[in-house]
Design a protein around this ligand. Structure first.
Ligand code: SF4
Length: 352
């Protein structure tokens, strides 16, 4: 694969040297590639390079961007969701979430997802394939180009289970950190939890990145094993107590606090007895619970818990000594929740 994205400065110096150019030509490519002000699409645009060199790189199959724009959805609060297509014509989604000071990019790590969470549109389609490093990074370029701002924060909360694409994930984090100049502390990796992979994530982070300073967010969504298996079928392979044990080990080896995501589903996991059970499960563990209001989607039977009930749940956890916050999903109005643009686009094509 000859996509330039994800290449380090040394990689690009070597590319220049391989073509009989001076090493500084590689540094020129590097500076051009990772400067968000350049609307990067193809090699011809790197006008600091001699025309002949650009032509040669293009002839030899080097690329800057390999994803294509398919559709976009702009929510009333400024959140932008993009549907992009890969070279093999699969659809993936990414989201740009702006505030005054930040632009957070929510990235996909796979085409589809094998985890089959019952509340998720992406999970309905199963896994097509994992994304390459350059395809993960390309999503950042699309968001920056569309929103005309530099991305400041990254969350791996789009399509796919990042820990099932762990090598590409960590290589992408290396580039985001060193090349895109976004600190690891501004990166969040969200997982629904895969057996053995929490431990592997810390080990491989030290091996590939030399440190592990990003935030790990575990989608717990339940206070006990029975409820968890009901909403996340893959949870049957990984007991909730073992997840907490492995999480404690992750905190010990990395020094980073873990965030537990808890999607509030009416009548399923949102009663005060569940808050009590959750606080017992997390007792003595320095972590953070993030309550999320569910965005209802047509093909799923779950319902949204009211804001008032979420606040009661939150107070109950707080009174039991748990650090907890409540996040309303942004920009995900009807039909724009995770995986839905892709679903809608496919249905529209089918209906044509
Ligand atoms: S919620 Fe995440 S892990 Fe679960 S099916 Fe959807 S994309 Fe996959």
């Amino acid at each position: 694969m000859k996509n330039l994205l994800g290449s380090s400065i040394t990689d690009l110096e070597n590319v220049a040297l391989d073509y009989g150019q001076a090493a500084f030509r590689g540094r020129q490519i590097y500076n051009w590639l990772y400067n968000y002000k350049n609307k990067k699409k193809n090699i011809e645009q790197i006008d600091v390079l001699p025309l002949e060199f650009r032509k040669k790189l293009k002839e030899d199959g080097f690329k800057v961007s390999e994803l294509n724009y398919r559709e976009k959805y702009l929510a009333s609060d400024g959140t932008l969701k993009l549907l992009l297509s890969t070279g093999d014509n699969e659809g993936i989604e990414c989201v740009g979430i702006p505030t005054e000071k930040r632009l957070t990019a929510c990235l996909s790590s796979q085409v589809g997802c094998p985890m089959d969470c019952k509340f998720c549109a992406t999970g309905k389609e199963g896994l097509k394939r994992s994304l390459r490093v350059s395809e993960i990074l390309d999503q950042i370029l699309f968001i920056e180009n569309e929103m005309n701002r530099k991305v400041t924060n990254i969350v791996f909360m789009g399509m796919g289970e990042p820990l099932l694409n762990i090598d590409a994930l960590l290589l992408a984090i290396r580039s985001i950190n060193e090349d895109f100049q976004i600190s690891q502390r501004k990166i969040t990796v969200s997982t629904v939890a895969v057996p053995k992979m929490i431990t592997k994530l810390s080990e491989k982070s030290f091996e590939i990145l030399g440190k592990c300073q990003f935030t790990l967010a575990i989608s717990l969504h339940a206070s006990n094993q029975t409820i968890r298996e009901m909403i996340i079928p893959s949870a049957k392979n990984y007991n909730i107590k073992k997840i907490i044990e492995d999480s404690k080990q992750f905190v010990k080896s990395t020094g980073r606090r873990i965030s537990f995501e808890y999607l509030m589903l009416e009548g399923v996991n949102d009663k005060l007895e569940h808050a009590d059970e959750l606080s017992t499960l997390l007792k003595g563990f320095q972590c953070h619970v993030n309550l999320i209001q569910y965005n209802q989607i047509d093909e799923v039977e779950f319902k949204q818990t009211s804001s008032k009930s979420i606040q009661l749940f939150q107070s109950r956890l707080f009174n039991k000594g748990i650090t907890v916050s409540f996040r309303k999903s942004r920009g995900l109005d009807k039909n724009a929740a995770c995986g839905q643009l892709r679903q809608n686009s496919k249905n529209n094509h089918k209906n044509k």
